[in-house]
Design a protein around this ligand. Structure first.
Ligand code: SF4
Ligand code: SF4
Length: 319
C-alpha cells in the first residue's frame, strides 16, 4: 500500500523512503525543552495539529537524499558545506515529490514544519549522532543526507512505524566529533547548536572576534564533525564543480560575488559572503588581497569590523 509514493521518491533520486504514523513527536519535544536551541525553535511536534487531519488519516513519508561532501576546495577559494551545495537541487526534488504524490491522487499538505530528524529516526532510516545529525547506515552517504517529509491524507500502511521507535539507540559516541569541533560545541550531552559555527554564520555581529580564526575559509556550512565521523569513513568525496570553484575565488567573493550564478547551487547573501570571505582571506594569509580587504573597512558595521580585524592579521604592523 502506498508503494507508488516510495517508487516516486526512488525515481526522483532519494536514497530511501519509508512511512511513519502521525503520532506526536513527544521524545523530540521533551529533548528540545532541555537544550538551549529549544527556545529558538517553534516547530509543531504534533502532526494532527499541524495538518488539521485526524490521526488515522495521516501518513508521513520520510525520505533521505544524498548531500555529498566536496573534497578539499582548491586553494584560494571559500568553502561551502555538502548540505548547502545540494540545496538548489534538493528544493526541486522535494517539490517534485509532492507534485508526484498529488499526481498519484493523494491529498498533500505542503509547507508543514515537523521535526524531520525525529521522523527519520521513527522511520528507522538512521540513528541520532552525538553531533546532532541523523547517521544513516549507508556507507556511501552516512550523515551526508537531507531529510524530506511528505504528509498525505491517507490511513498509514501496516508497515508504517510508530512512536515506539522514537528512542534512538544513538551512535557509539566515539567522541571524534567532540574532539574535532573548532567551537567545542559538542559535549557528552550532544551538540549545542547555539555555539556551532553554522549558528553564527547568520549572526556574525554576535561572533566574538577571538573566534574569527575558527571560521577558517568557510563561507557557508561546516562539515568538520561529519568528516571525522566513522559513519562517513567510506564516503567518496566529489571535486567542487569547475564553475563553483571559479565563483568561490576569494577575490571574486570580496568584490562582486556572482550570486546569480552561485544560486544554481545555493542561495547566498552577498553581504554575508563578503564577511565570511574577509575571514577566509585573513585565515589563509592572503596578503595579496589586502587592497580588497581595505576597501571593505570604512564604516561602523560588522563587515567593517571584520575587515579591520583581517587587516591586522594580514598586515601585523597595522594599528
Ligand atoms: S563522530 Fe563518533 S561520537 Fe560523533 S556522531 Fe560520529 S559516531 Fe557519534
Ligand atoms: S558543524 Fe562545525 S562548529 Fe558546528 S558542531 Fe559541527 S564541527 Fe562544531
Amino acid at each position: 500500500m502506498q508503494n507508488d509514493i516510495r517508487e516516486a521518491a526512488i525515481g526522483l533520486g532519494y536514497i530511501d523512503a519509508r512511512s511513519v504514523t502521525g503520532h506526536p513527536f513527544t521524545v523530540w519535544r521533551n529533548r528540545l525543552d532541555q537544550i538551549p536551541l529549544g527556545k529558538y525553535l517553534s516547530f509543531e511536534h504534533d502532526p494532527v495539529k499541524a495538518t488539521g487531519w485526524p490521526l488515522n488519516k495521516i501518513t508521513i513519508w520520510v525520505a533521505v537524499a544524498p548531500t555529498p561532501p566536496v573534497a578539499e576546495w582548491p586553494a584560494g577559494r571559500g568553502e561551502i558545506g555538502g548540505y548547502y551545495m545540494s540545496s538548489g537541487k534538493r528544493h526541486k526534488q522535494n517539490d517534485a515529490w509532492e507534485d508526484a504524490a498529488e499526481g498519484l491522487g493523494y491529498v498533500v499538505k505542503r509547507g508543514v514544519m515537523l521535526p524531520e530528524r525525529a521522523a527519520a529516526i521513527r522511520a528507522g532510516l538512521g540513528v541520532h549522532g552525538l553531533n546532532g545529525l541523523l547517521l544513516t547506515p549507508h556507507k556511501d552517504y552516512g550523515s551526508f543526507v537531507s531529510i524530506k517529509l511528505l504528509l498525505i491524507n491517507a490511513a498509514p500502511p501496516d508497515s508504517a512505524r510508530g512512536p515506539e521507535h522514537d528512542t534512538s539507540p544513538g551512535c557509539k559516541q566515539c567522541g571524534a566529533c567532540r574532539k574535532a569541533c573548532p567551537k567545542a560545541a559538542i559535549s557528552e550531552d550532544g551538540v549545542d547548536t547555539t555555539v556551532c559555527l553554522r549558528w553564527y554564520m547568520n549572526r556574525l555581529e554576535d561572533l566574538p572576534e577571538g573566534d574569527y580564526p575558527k571560521m577558517g575559509r568557510r563561507i557557508l556550512g561546516c562539515d568538520t564533525c561529519q568528516n571525522v565521523c566513522p559513519f562517513n569513513a567510506q564516503i567518496v568525496k566529489k571535486e567542487a564543480p569547475a564553475d563553483m570553484a571559479e565563483y568561490m575565488k576569494l577575490e571574486n567573493l570580496l568584490t562582486d560575488p556572482n550570486i546569480e550564478k552561485i544560486s544554481k547551487y545555493i542561495k547566498l547573501d552577498a553581504e554575508l559572503v563578503k564577511m565570511q570571505a574577509l575571514m577566509a582571506a585573513a585565515n589563509t594569509g592572503r596578503a595579496d588581497l589586502l587592497p580588497l580587504v581595505e576597501a571593505l573597512a570604512n564604516g561602523g558595521g560588522t563587515r567593517e569590523k571584520i575587515a579591520r580585524w583581517a587587516i591586522t592579521r594580514l598586515r601585523p604592523s597595522a594599528c
